[in-house]
Design a binder for this molecule. Structure first.
Ligand SMILES: Cc1cc2nc3c(=O)[nH]c(=O)nc-3n(C[C@H](O)[C@H](O)[C@H](O)COP(=O)(O)O)c2cc1C
Length: 194
């Protein structure tokens, strides 16, 4: 059964909102026929315009190697339905096997950089162009990047805003507590002026 994608482009000035609340993300990368995907809990926005983000990617990862070679990566925001997959791709290295094939992950290519992007069971994706910062990467494993395109499932993110409801529970974001235990975001509240 195939579903029509409900992903639509996100205006770049709203891209930071996609990771503002600290979801667990999936980092995708590809270079010369090799492709990879890993989980990352440590990412954040660092600038609205141009939209820039930072993510901690350990030196030992195959992901780091592919980003260095290709100059880009994808940042995917999985929904609750992808919890098992998110944990799995954060538990083995793509150096040894193609995790896309192993987990039968359906990926397409982002429109600007061609990085692998996932939509099924995911809330959003961002295409990121790496901004090399040798010293920071060596010392802190932190990579900076500019977001050059983004899209989100309109059932949970539209007109620059998230909306977590009972109807889109499968797309609620994951937040890692450690050792494969996650909380799923929900219970959205609106602060009032006091
Ligand atoms: C939920 C979760 C969050 C993770 N967060 C990070 C992270 O922020 N940074 C990091 O370097 N590794 C993180 N990891 C570990 C990597 O995903 C793991 O080392 C992965 O196997 C690397 O894959 P690769 O060698 O194919 O690139 C996380 C793992 C899990 C399960």
């Amino acid at each position: 059964m195939s579903h029509a994608s409900q992903f639509r482009p996100v205006a770049l000035e709203h891209a930071s909102r996609l990771i503002n609340h600290g979801p667990t993300v999936l980092i995708t990368s590809a270079h010369e026929g090799r492709r990879n995907i890993m989980a990352a809990a440590w990412s954040m926005p660092v600038e609205f315009t141009p939209p820039r983000i930072a993510v901690v990617i350990d030196k030992s990862t195959f992901t780091r190697e592919l980003i260095r070679q290709s100059g880009s990566f994808g940042l995917i925001i999985p929904g609750a339905a992808q919890m098992d997959l998110s944990y799995a791709v954060g538990s083995t290295s793509g150096r040894d096997e193609d995790k896309f094939a192993r987990h039968r992950i359906a990926a397409t290519s982002g429109p600007v950089l061609g990085v692998p992007v996932l939509e099924q069971g995911c809330a959003a994706w961002l295409e990121c162009r790496w901004l090399p910062q040798g010293q920071t990467e060596d010392a802190y494993d932190t990579l900076f990047a500019e977001v050059v395109s983004a899209a989100a499932d309109t059932r949970i993110f539209e007109n620059g805003h998230w909306n977590f409801t009972a109807d889109n529970a499968d797309l609620h974001t994951l937040h890692h507590l450690g050792a494969g235990k996650f909380v799923v975001a929900g219970n959205q509240q609106q602060a009032r002026q006091v």
